[in-house]
Design a protein around this ligand. Structure first.
Ligand SMILES: Nc1ncnc2c1ncn2[C@@H]1O[C@H](COP(=O)(O)OP(=O)(O)OP(=O)(O)O)[C@@H](O)[C@H]1O
Length: 370
């Protein structure tokens, strides 16, 4: 997989842009607030149909514009396909080779990205929703069908919560429980599978980064999946939990059990990293999570996902930054990096890197010598 070029219209502060990507690293250089992250976000949106920083599609079009569009040509094996996504009136439409895509699953064939942004550094210490979000994005990267599955679950959950808030009759709420439990069990099963794959990689990478000093572990263990049971049994248990908790959920006005309420546990030497990890340890943990995810995708997909790194170097300490740069230099897939200071990238960009300068949403190729 290779992203050849990228075309944007009215995406955040970018009125119009075309960026041709290098075979390996493409580096976008510019001062704060010029549009570096916006470009990265456009690539992420193109590849995942999910915005990177917000959950609101309506924030993506440039101020005053009615909609926005991102398009990119991907080389996929021997063919080249043009993927596109447009936002208009707060909803999105995806295209492949100019044709509207009706089923989201049809869109994702062979395209995969992993983003690493300064926000990720809050993963360890931040609230449980951040780790759940990381987990969900990692599951989606690995199993693209997860996007549609989580959307179906979110819809069913929203309807059930509305009925709970409105104090609807119990039988009416219960009518939602069987499908909700089934869809919820699917999400739980996908997450369990991903964590099974990711956890050993994360542990190995962390041990490598810390020269054997740090011992980490990942834990996703919802009660409904205790004992390593399969998806059907998880659904049955979830249904039972929903029913047991129904009177209390009705009082509170929301559904208190299910994958939306679970999170990913990160441990350091057997203890919750959230409570005990130092700043440096947190950075090592996050780096190990990201590298672990990339390695896992590389193995399972058979190619390296496109990496998007948003000015992470300036947020890491020197040692972690050097580790990240040497890891990047060892990869042969594509990386899109943004930075305020190219010096921080060390050897990560490599000799064949392509550079762009950005000012007020306008991108211009940069001669490396300049
Ligand atoms: N929908 C939008 N329309 C127009 N401008 C927007 C929109 N959303 C964000 N912006 C603006 O885009 C500008 C660039 O944002 P971006 O996050 O890409 O900066 P950056 O170059 O990554 O900077 P930093 O180095 O500080 O992270 C900001 O001034 C922001 O206010």
């Amino acid at each position: 997989m290779r992203l050849l070029d990228l075309r944007l219209r009215d995406f955040r502060n970018i009125e119009a842009a075309r960026v041709d990507l290098g075979p390996r690293a493409t580096v976008v250089v510019g001062p704060n607030g010029q549009g570096k992250t916006n470009l990265l976000e456009a690539v992420y949106f193109l590849a995942t149909l999910k915005p990177l920083r917000t959950s609101r599609l309506s924030e993506l079009p440039r101020f005053g514009a009615k909609g926005c569009k991102v398009e990119g040509s991907f080389e996929l094996g021997a063919t080249t396909r043009v993927f596109g996504v447009e936002v208009a009136d707060g909803s999105r439409q995806a295209f492949v080779d100019g044709k509207k895509v009706r089923e989201l699953e049809d869109y994702f064939g062979g395209v995969s990205v992993v983003a690493f942004t300064p926000d990720d550094l809050a993963l360890v210490k931040g609230g449980p929703e951040l780790r759940r979000r990381f987990l969900d994005r990692a599951v989606f990267n690995r199993f693209p069908g997860y996007l549609g599955e989580s959307r179906d679950y979110a819809r069913a959950l929203k309807s059930r919560n509305r009925l709970l808030r409105e104090g609807a009759r119990l039988e009416l709420v219960e009518a939602f429980d069987a499908p909700l439990a089934r869809q919820g069990a699917r999400l739980v099963a996908r997450r369990l599978r991903l964590v099974d794959e990711l956890a050993p990689r994360f542990e190995t990478v962390l041990a490598g980064l810390s020269r054997g000093q740090l011992e980490g572990a990942l834990r996703y263990a919802p009660k409904v999946a205790e004992g390593g049971v399969g998806e059907e049994e998880i659904a049955a248990r979830l249904l039972e939990e929903l029913s047991t908790r129904l009177p209390r959920d009705r009082e509170r006005g929301y559904t208190s059990v299910g994958p939306h309420a679970d999170t990913l546990g990160i441990k350091l030497a057997g203890r919750p990293a959230r409570a005990y990890a130092s700043q440096g340890q947190q950075r090592a943990l996050v780096l190990a999570l990201k590298i672990g995810e990339i390695e896992n995708l590389r193995e399972s997909l058979g190619y390296q996902p496109l990496l998007l790194l948003d000015d992470v170097s300036s947020e890491l300490d020197r040692e972690r930054n050097e580790q990240l740069c040497s890891y990047l230099a060892s990869l042969d897939g594509q990386v899109l990096l943004t930075t305020t200071d190219p010096e921080l990238l060390g050897g990560a960009a490599g000799p064949d890197a392509r550079f762009y300068a950005v000012r007020e949403g306008t991108f211009a190729p940069l001669d490396r010598a300049s």
